[in-house]
Design a protein around this ligand. Structure first.
Ligand SMILES: [Zn+2]
Length: 124
């Protein structure tokens, strides 16, 4: 039983790399790559990822829902985390929320900065 997954790139087998060339002399073929771990869970490299998107991207967007109107990022949700670099070793960086629309700043602890789930954005 192999745990290897197949690269989903539609052209993967057409790229002439030594690792894709398999089989015995006289019946060698270039083959789709197999890996235990793949980019985005599906592709051996960015070229195969891009090949898939070029071939299937429009169909995927149509299937999962096409954006048909402008989306808005409001002031309430325009907070990003940032920090000012401090030059001296005894000073720590100053972490803060920055509202990218109003330019308002609000203090932030380093722990809050590092907590990826911590936000003051309201969400909609
Ligand atoms: Zn591939």
């Amino acid at each position: 039983m192999s745990n290897l997954k197949f690269c989903q790139g539609p052209e993967c087998h057409t790229y002439n790399t030594q690792d894709r060339l398999k089989g015995i002399k006289g019946s060698k073929t270039y083959q789709t790559r197999r890996r235990s771990s793949l980019h985005y869970g599906e592709f051996c490299d960015n070229r195969c990822y891009n090949d898939w998107f070029v071939k299937y991207g429009t169909m995927a967007v149509d299937h999962f829902g096409r954006l048909t109107e402008v989306k808005h990022l409001t002031e309430e949700n325009a907070w990003t985390k940032t920090y000012d670099w401090r030059a001296s070793a005894d000073e720590s960086h100053r972490h803060y929320f920055l509202n990218t629309i109003t330019k308002e700043q609000r203090p932030l602890t380093e722990a809050q900065y590092d907590d990826r789930s911590y936000t003051i954005n309201t969400g909609e």
